[in-house]
Ligand binder design. Structure first.
Ligand code: NAD
Length: 515
């Protein structure tokens, strides 16, 4: 019997022993940098000449690791391996499958700072953000293990006299998991192990900027006793290998987290029935956000400024849930803006191995250029209050940037920037604030800072987002506490870390037997 689920606590870095342990882990990982990692197909290591190189975004010339790169032939082998392994894995007792997840969680918990240190180096995460990413990975393993045991009981249905009816869930088959770099451990782990624990087998294509931490995780699953072929690790080009895996007639389920453009494209491709395919593909796509913190007239304005700050600049705004818009009642607009600017001016930006830096780099040069070009647009569209500058000489650093007085339809109020930039807009009243908050194509997260009970109830009804928070930031969903997923063009609202998630990876079967 497993203990009830509780989420993994975050490390308290004000405790000296914890700081020391983390510094040690950073040192240990630094010695491991630059190694090579093979593909893993049917448990076998495959080394290719062609490589993906993973560079530290805070130190441009530091190679984190070099990973073999799959081509379409190897992607085909990975699919065949997953298909073969499915024939036995589907029949493994779900409790046994769940136990492997719990073991993997225990291994990561023991090596928690080491995993976080990989995230510091490979994804440029500050300590606190890296620690939260690793904790979330552990949470997904623990939570989905328990959810599987519960799901395995099936659901009650009715039986008439003389018949016995049962309703239970069966796995689907080969799953393609395509994961993003911004939660390089947590989301990759969650979207890989949900199909596995439900009895499917996986071909994992991690993001090309963060393949090393994914390789480390696949090793953990092997150590935890996962049979060969149940997960196959095939980093590769999204366009070449990603498309091939998505199009494959043997693929049954696709679970993707990433940008809207790629997600929509993949959703369309998956709808096409290919020669030899005798099923329709199930697709889970979780995509971008343009998330808003709304501040009401009657609100704690210090809390408002703090919530905007954390939502906008945590992990340099590189979260799908990042609060990249602040919509503020006109009567308190100037005061909230002033308070937020003052707080932002105190934030430190630099190498995330140094705990004193609140913000690290953005992920790579492409992201740096894109964010800087949005800042240029923003400067023309509104009033630059602070930040606006970037420095890519040693790593990809951008100052926390606030742009005020924006029209709700302005480009930087509408498009996902995925960097440390927050756009402020003024609302005439609360109705107007909600209207602005709902005016993008996305519907992922939002926050409302208010003391007004009627407005709270109104926002619950009218603020059209998958995750709505009151009197706090709009980031930082916790597995089992804040099931996560968005509306509109933010995706299929699968609610990762929630009670309905695993069932999306299975097919329900009804069995009726006459006595
Ligand atoms: P991305 O779309 O560039 O890449 C995501 C994954 O898709 C990567 O593994 C990439 O290699 C792969 N890919 C790229 N082209 C492909 C193709 N043609 N076919 C198949 N796969 C392909 O996204 P990213 O930059 O890694 O991540 C950032 C984005 O992810 C942001 O838009 C963010 O909002 C979103 N995101 C959403 C959630 C959520 O839960 N809604 C969570 C995290 C990130």
């Amino acid at each position: 019997m497993l203990q009830p689920y509780k989420h993994e606590p975050f490390t308290d870095f004000t405790v000296e022993a914890n700081r020391k342990a983390f510094e040690e882990a950073l040192g240990l990982v630094e010695k491991e940098l630059g190694k090579e990692y093979p593909l893993i197909i049917n448990g076998e290591r495959v080394t290719t000449e062609d490589k993906i190189q993973s560079w530290n975004p805070a130190r441009k010339d530091q190679l984190v690791g070099s990973v073999s790169k799959a081509n379409q032939d190897l992607a085909e082998k990975a699919i065949q391996s997953a298909d073969e392994a499915f024939q036995t894995w589907r029949n493994v007792n779900p409790e046994e499958r769940a136990n492997i997840l719990v073991k993997a969680a225990a291994i990561i918990r023991r090596r928690k700072h080491e995993f976080s240190a990989w995230l510091v180096h490979e994804a440029g995460k500050p300590w606190k953000e890296a620690d939260a990413d690793t904790a979330e990975a552990i949470d997904f393993l623990e939570y989905y293990a328990r959810q599987m045991i519960e799901l395995n009981r099936g659901k009650e249905i009715l039986s008439r006299p003389g018949e016995q009816n049962r309703y239970f869930y069966t796995p689907m088959g080969v799953t393609v998991t395509i994961s993003p770099w911004n939660f390089a451990l947590a989301i990759m782990v969650g979207t890989a192990v949900a199909p596995i624990v439900t009895g499917n087998t996986v071909v994992l294509k991690p993001a090309s900027t963060t393949p090393v931490v994914a390789a480390k995780f696949v090793e953990v699953l092997e150590d935890a006793g996962l049979p060969k072929g149940v997960i196959n690790y095939v980093p590769g080009s999204g366009a070449e290998v990603g498309d091939y895996l998505v199009d494959h007639p043997k693929t049954s389920l696709i679970t993707f987290t990433g940008s809207k453009d790629v997600g929509v494209r993949l959703y369309e491709r998956a709808a096409v029935v290919r020669p030899g395919q005798n099923h329709l593909k199930r697709v889970i796509v979780e995509m971008g956000g343009k998330d808003t913190v709304v501040v009401d007239r009657d609100a704690d304005l210090d809390l408002a400024a703090e919530s905007i700050l954390v939502s906008a600049f945590g992990f340099s705004g590189q979260k799908c849930s990042a609060g990249s818009r602040a919509v503020i009642h006109k009567d308190v607009y100037d005061e909230v803006l002033e308070k937020t600017v003052a707080l932002a001016k105190n934030l430190t930006v630099g190498d995330p191995t140094n705990r004193d830096n609140y913000m690290g780099p953005v992920i790579d040069e492409k992201a740096f250029e894109k964010i800087m070009s949005y800042i240029e647009i923003g400067k023309k569209e509104g009033r630059l209050m602070t930040g606006g500058e970037g420095d890519s000489s040693t790593g990809f650093f951008i100052q926390p940037t606030i742009i005020a007085d924006l029209d709700p339809e302005a480009v930087i109020m509408q498009e996902e920037i995925f960097g440390p930039v927050v756009a402020f807009s003024k609302a005439n009243d609360f109705d107007h604030a909600l209207e602005i908050a709902n005016n993008t194509e996305y519907g992922l997260t939002g926050a409302v800072i208010t003391r007004n009970r009627a407005h709270t109830e109104q926002a619950k009804r009218e603020f059209h987002v998958g995750n709505l928070y009151f009197n706090r930031n709009c980031t930082g969903a916790i597995v089992g506490y804040h099931p996560f997923g968005g509306f509109k063009m933010s995706g299929t609202d699968s609610k990762a870390g929630g009670p309905d998630y695993l069932a999306l990876h299975m097919q329900a079967k009804t069995v009726s037997e006459m006595y």
